[in-house]
Design a binder for this molecule. Structure first.
Ligand code: TGC
Ligand code: FAD
Length: 392
């Protein structure tokens, strides 16, 4: 990939709304992405290899459990800092942000919120340092948007639980040390179980041939009569609301992350348009190209404002699930449209790995699908404003 010359757009001077700590955290993540991610990410994506050596650096910038209390090894930061870290990582690559989102919001968050003190002490510090990596198993082959119909089951065998079923499309699965798995008990109630690599009957085959999120490892979780120790159940919340509240935290991070991908596409296209000469002039001097760039910065600015406000609401513990859905849906759609427009500004060069745009575009096709599809988030807004669920 060409040298990373990224300059973050801040058209409405949003930096003025951030504290000194927010800017320090953000700048540390930005600097790390420039130094460690940008030089290697194109090769990783082209070769469909998760760059595992980045885990240590991700832990060092606080990307694993940014808002988890320091006593459990987390960074003890606020929600705005969490969002800014996700923005910067996804500026580099959505797949690397996925790894951080899953570790923080889908593995550490449920252990912190729904686990007991012993589970918190056992797992959280190691997850924060990257010594342990985790994944989150909710989606199944027959149940994606409708996880409440899951088929994965566990039975109480007296001294242990017996787990059977399968999860599909699981980020980090091929290398995760632990999996937070959602399964139904004999009464049909959903619970979270911590399944550890090496348990007999548990396998994690990798999913190959993806055109999207190629630098992220995706796989299956297969449970064939797995004996799960009773102390591995998350005791403090059950029902579909438990995994869905983890999703709220991850979707919030994705809303920020998508802005990062959009900023990178815009910044790349703006620089290219000013340098590329056709008909004796920079293409940036043509009205059609200016329209594209002007609309991009307008959409990025609107998303930045929406998401900053959401961050304030999150810090005040006032953000609801529907507000998070709106931001995830809006921002990912915005980023995908910007990636498509930016790609066109680069002409043929836009399809090469010399620039990040095509990789962002392909990644965003997953981001618009996972953590609730574009349609599902629209239906969540629809339900919130009308009071009528239209899912079923
Ligand atoms: P419904 O009957 O509406 O709700 C069941 C219970 O859950 C509660 N609830 C929530 N709680 C917390 N947060 C939320 N966002 C919640 N949404 C609903 C609800 O109050 C109810 O509680 P209770 O006490 O009354 O039982 O559920 P439903 O079956 O009708 O489904 C609703 C729907 C469609 C919105 C939900 O199923 C959904 O969000 N589906 C999308 C599935 C999804 O997002 N899967 C993501 C898998 S993980 C992933 O993609 C990781 S990618 C990671 C990466 O790499 O970054
Ligand atoms: P489906 O639910 O089958 O949907 C297919 C289409 O139907 C979509 O367009 C959808 O919007 C539409 N649709 C569905 N229901 C309705 C409705 N009621 N009304 C209108 N339209 C509807 N899952 C995890 O549990 N953990 C992970 O770590 C994880 N990582 C992922 C990583 C990647 C790269 C990808 C691609 C997915 C990942 N997922 C993960 C799975 C992801 O959450 C699901 O793909 C997603 O929830 C959608 O489910 P589905 O693919 O089965 O699509």
């Amino acid at each position: 990939m060409a040298q990373d010359l990224f300059q973050a757009p801040d058209y409405y001077l949003l930096d003025d709304l951030l504290s000194e700590e927010h800017k320090l955290v953000r700048d540390a993540a930005r600097e790390w992405v420039k130094r460690e991610v940008s030089p290697i990410i194109e090769d990783a994506a082209q070769n469909a290899k998760f760059p595992k050596h980045l885990l240590k650096g991700l832990a060092e910038i606080g990307a694993f459990g940014p808002y988890i209390p320091v006593e459990y090894g987390g960074a003890g930061l606020d929600q705005m800092s969490y969002g800014l870290i996700m923005q910067e990582i996804e500026r580099g690559d959505s797949g690397i942000r996925s790894t951080a989102s899953v570790q923080s919001s889908l593995v550490m968050y449920p252990i912190w919120k729904f686990g007991n003190e012993e589970q918190r002490q056992k797992y959280l510090p190691k997850l924060a340092s990257g010594e342990f990596m985790g994944c989150f198993g909710l989606t199944e082959p027959n149940h994606g948007s409708d996880p409440g119909s899951m088929e994965t089951r566990f039975k109480d065998m007296g001294d242990h639980y017996l787990l059977n079923g399968a999860k599909l499309w699981i980020s980090n699965a091929p290398f995760a040390d632990i999996s937070v798995v959602w399964a139904k008990n004999e009464k049909g109630r959903i619970h979270g179980l911590i399944v550890e690599r090496g348990m007999e009957g548990f396998s994690t085959p990798e999913t190959h041939h993806k055109w999207s999120l190629r630098a992220s490892a995706t796989g299956e979780l297969i449970f064939d009569n797995v004996k799960v120790p009773k102390e591995n159940i998350l005791p403090n919340k059950s029902g579909l609301g438990a995994p869905l509240s983890c999703l709220d935290s991850a979707r919030y991070g994705i809303a920020w992350g998508a802005i990062g991908a959009a900023m990178d596409c815009y910044d790349t296209a703006l620089r290219y348009a000013k340098e590329r000469i056709q008909f004796g002039k920079p293409i940036a001097s043509f009205q059609l190209q200016q329209k594209k760039l002007a609309e991009m910065i307008t959409e990025i600015t609107k998303a930045q404002l929406l998401t900053w406000r959401l961050g304030v609401l999150k810090n005040e513990d006032k953000a609801n699930s529907a507000q998070i859905s709106m931001a995830k849906r809006n921002n990912v759609d915005m980023a995908l449209k910007i990636a498509r427009e930016a790609r066109q500004i680069l002409g043929a060069m836009g399809i090469t790995g010399d620039f990040s745009i095509m990789r962002h575009m392909m990644n965003l096709e997953s981001v618009i699908t996972y953590e609730g599809t574009h349609d599902i988030h629209l239906l969540i807004t629809g339900m919130d404003i009308t009071g009528i669920p239209a899912f079923k």
